[in-house]
Design a protein around this ligand. Structure first.
Ligand SMILES: Nc1ccn([C@@H]2O[C@H](COP(=O)(O)OP(=O)(O)OP(=O)(O)O)[C@@H](O)[C@H]2O)c(=O)n1
Ligand SMILES: C[C@](O)(CO)[C@H](O)COP(=O)(O)O
Length: 375
């Protein structure tokens, strides 16, 4: 079975307001559309994603995602998307509003899983509040029994051939795809909806969605510690900056103790061991290597796993050389390598009051902490 996600994004978002349709507006550190697409792109049950947009928004479409033009109404847009998939080997389709950016992986799993036993499946929330009917003057006219009533959500899932035929036969004007399916006589199973799967409809919904997504945010913390002893040389390299000195630091690579501690903090936050695991000292290719190779690798690994570096704090422990005059150059260099703003990097130094190996001037130690945030 090949399952496609058809993401409906051709609406104008008039109720939400703003300078551009709601799906292209910011929600935290990404656009609404990017949250929704990421939920499906990362999901193992989804083999293919097709986005339906208004052609006026072509410049907003994310790279690497196929899109087709939608229509004037939601059901016309869905039909356009289904027709575009008709020649592909798609057996099931999950049709989702891009405006439901808080959709969870569990809900996608539940709808996709229900399609193994049912021809159609969609999430619904039983109505929990009392229901009234009202007059145009906002007076209560009567009480509506709520038994058996559900609030409809997306993604709504169907066998592909069924829902394509149902849309082709439908005269238009349906609120959702379950309505189209039912008009064609298809049975649709109700799976448990998710109260957090809100549809961003009005301006107030943006902050609700941010709260929901913020509560899900995964923050990781890692620490790193490294030591290199002094040896022959006329300079040390610390956090990417060459500092002339009457000795150098010994090491297999360029012995940048500060950069190593930061790199290990990132690996630590990922539970990915340390530099030695990724760049074994027994491997001659790393002899004298610039340590930014290691740091770049750690940052890339974090990105591959869906994290970005939030901030980094590094303390160098030595009596000499003096770090203060070089700290801002170090922060700039580290920021360049990590793609991090300077105000998210702290590099500072302390002596150890002439105690221990650093106090006796035998080497330099470095400690670092890094946070990783998802997404
Ligand atoms: N012609 C249309 C109209 C709507 N949609 C999509 O269908 C979903 C329905 O949500 P809704 O809140 O109604 O979106 P809009 O139509 O954009 O909002 P509004 O009614 O406030 O303009 C949205 O993801 C929207 O982009 C679509 O693809 N094509
Ligand atoms: C499809 C839908 O999300 C189901 O709740 C909803 O009907 C679409 O939004 P609209 O506000 O009804 O256009």
């Amino acid at each position: 079975m090949s399952t496609a996600a058809l993401i409906m994004a051709a609406g104008r978002g008039t109720r939400a307001g703003g300078a551009k349709p709601k799906q292209w507006q910011r929600l935290g550190n990404r656009r609404v559309a990017d949250w929704t697409l990421a939920a499906f792109a990362d999901h193992p049950a989804i083999d293919r994603i097709l986005l339906v947009i208004n052609p006026e928004d072509a410049a907003e479409a994310p790279d690497g995602i196929d899109w087709v033009p939608g229509g004037a109404t939601r059901d016309a847009s869905v039909r356009a998307g289904l027709e575009a998939l008709a020649d592909e080997d798609v057996t099931a389709v999950l049709i989702h509003d891009i405006a439901r950016a808080c959709v969870s992986a569990d809900l996608i799993t539940a709808v996709a899983g229900a399609l193994e036993a049912h021809r159609g499946a969609a999430p619904g929330l039983p109505v929990a509040d009392a229901l009234w009917s009202g007059t145009e003057e906002a007076q209560v006219r009567g009480i509506v029994p709520r038994d058996g009533l559900y609030r409809a959500q997306t993604p709504q899932g169907f066998r592909f051939a069924d829902i394509l035929a149902a849309h082709r036969a439908h005269p238009g004007g349906a609120a959702d795809d379950v309505a189209v399916a039912r008009a064609a006589g298809l049975d649709v199973a109700i799976v448990s909806g998710d109260p957090d799967n809100i549809k961003i409809t009005t301006p107030a919904d943006f902050s609700r969605a941010e709260r929901i997504l913020g509560a899900r945010m995964d923050i990781r913390l890692g620490n790193g510690y490294d030591v290199h002893r002094f040896g022959e040389g006329d300079a040390v390299i610390l956090c990417g900056v060459r500092i002339p000195f009457d000795r150098g630091l010994d090491g297999h690579s360029d012995a940048d103790v500060g950069m190593h501690a930061v790199t290990d903090a990132i690996y630590g936050a990922l539970a990915e061991g340390d530099i030695g695991r990724h760049f074994p000292p027994s491997d001659p290719q790393w002899k004298g290597a610039p340590s930014e190779i290691f740091l770049r690798h750690a940052v890339q690994l974090a990105e591959q796993k869906g994290y970005r570096v939030g901030n980094v704090d590094c303390t160098l422990v030595c009596e000499e050389p003096k770090i203060g005059p070089h700290a801002s150059a170090m922060m700039e260099k580290m920021g360049d390598i990590m793609g991090l703003a300077p105000d998210r990097i702290s590099i500072k130094a302390t002596t150890s009051e002439r105690l221990g190996f650093t106090g006796r001037g035998e080497g330099i130690a470095a400690l670092a902490t890094a946070t990783l945030v998802q997404p």
